[in-house]
Design a protein around this ligand. Structure first.
Ligand code: NCD
Length: 315
């Protein structure tokens, strides 16, 4: 029998929350708690990724996700290269597989990928020799967002099990919702989905998630209210009559927030559409965790990179 300790995270890639166990998730969150402390020090530099090359390959625009992966890699000592589609050969018609082969030949250790097509990151992971992290693929998954949300909840509520989390808004187009549903259910939270019927994924009731089209009922008794951006770029056709109408029924303002528990906390992955899915008063109010989510984003990405680094070859 081998006495080699089980690695903190026994996977070479992080492609999604699907397939991860409660043990895997908790290990990453525990590691992320340590990175929060590192990030709050004056000297923020570690050497876990010294000598390693990290490529951030973003086929879709991103502000916080890309910058936090960059900061996370640099804090761990990696050389980080940002490659965005606007300046790459993809614009000249190169296929994803050719791009992957080209980058692979440069011998990176980690590739962080965001792509507009669901499944693109899995495909790329099969074509390269290094570790791959999914930074959002279409409406499929966004695992580090769900992890940073879980870290924020855990630090503020002391745990996740038994909490009622209401995920509200454009669920059908949201990779954030999907990854969060999987993660929160695995860690024992009760997940509710609150949205107009046009923005709820068809057949979702059968999967054990409670759905509500009435926001008052959906928020009643909620510990966490997680708002989602109306993803107009993913909508073809009309899903909501008008943004004004949407705000009236589904936009989180102080009055609707009072329907949740008195100590309920508000989250949003950003970027926010103020006055569409959330009011400024709530977004900037005392119950909002939105800024803290951004801080946790760096810590979670450091934890993920560090966990994957333990699988990188040393020779
Ligand atoms: C989300 C995304 O890109 O999936 N944003 C993010 O990563 N912070 C959510 C969104 O775009 O609404």
């Amino acid at each position: 029998m081998s006495d080699t300790p089980r690695p903190v995270f026994p996977h070479r890639h992080l492609l999604g929350i699907e397939g991860l166990s409660a043990l895997d998730l908790t290990a990453l969150l525990d590691l992320a708690d340590e990175q929060v402390e590192v990030s709050r020090q004056v000297e923020k530099k570690k050497s876990t990724l010294r000598g390693r090359t990290q490529i951030n390959l973003f086929f879709e625009p991103s502000t916080r996700t890309q910058s936090s992966f960059e900061i996370a890699g640099k804090r761990l000592g990696a050389d980080v290269m940002n490659m965005s589609v606007a300046s790459s050969s993809v614009k000249k018609g190169e296929t994803l597989v050719d791009t992957a082969a080209t980058l692979n030949a440069m011998r990176p250790d980690l590739i962080i990928v965001r792509h507009h097509a669901a499944g693109a990151v899995h495909l790329l992971a099969q074509k390269v020799d290094c570790s791959v992290v999914n930074a959002g693929d279409g409406a499929h998954e966004h695992p580090t967002q769900a992890l940073l949300d879980a870290l924020t909840i855990r630090r503020n509520k002391g745990g996740i099990e038994g909490l009622t989390v209401a995920i509200c808004g454009d669920i059908v187009h949201s990779r954030v919702a999907r990854s969060n549903m999987l993660l929160l259910a695995t860690l024992g939270a009760r997940v509710r989905l609150v949205a107009p019927s046009t923005l709820l994924p068809p057949g979702i009731e059968g999967l054990g998630f409670e759905t509500f089209t009435d926001m008052r009922r959906g928020l009643d008794g909620a510990d966490i209210v997680m708002m989602l951006r109306l993803q107009r770029e993913r909508m073809n056709g009309s899903f909501v009559p008008s943004t004004k109408e949407y705000f009236r029924f589904y936009g989180l303002d102080q009055e609707k927030l009072s329907w949740a528990k008195p100590d309920a906390l508000v989250m949003h992955p950003g970027p926010m559409n103020r006055g569409v899915e959330i009011s400024s008063e709530v977004a900037d109010g005392a119950q909002s965790l939105i800024r803290e989510q951004v801080e946790m984003g760096v810590a979670v990405r450091m934890a993920v990179l560090e966990a994957l680094a333990s699988h990188l070859p040393n020779r």
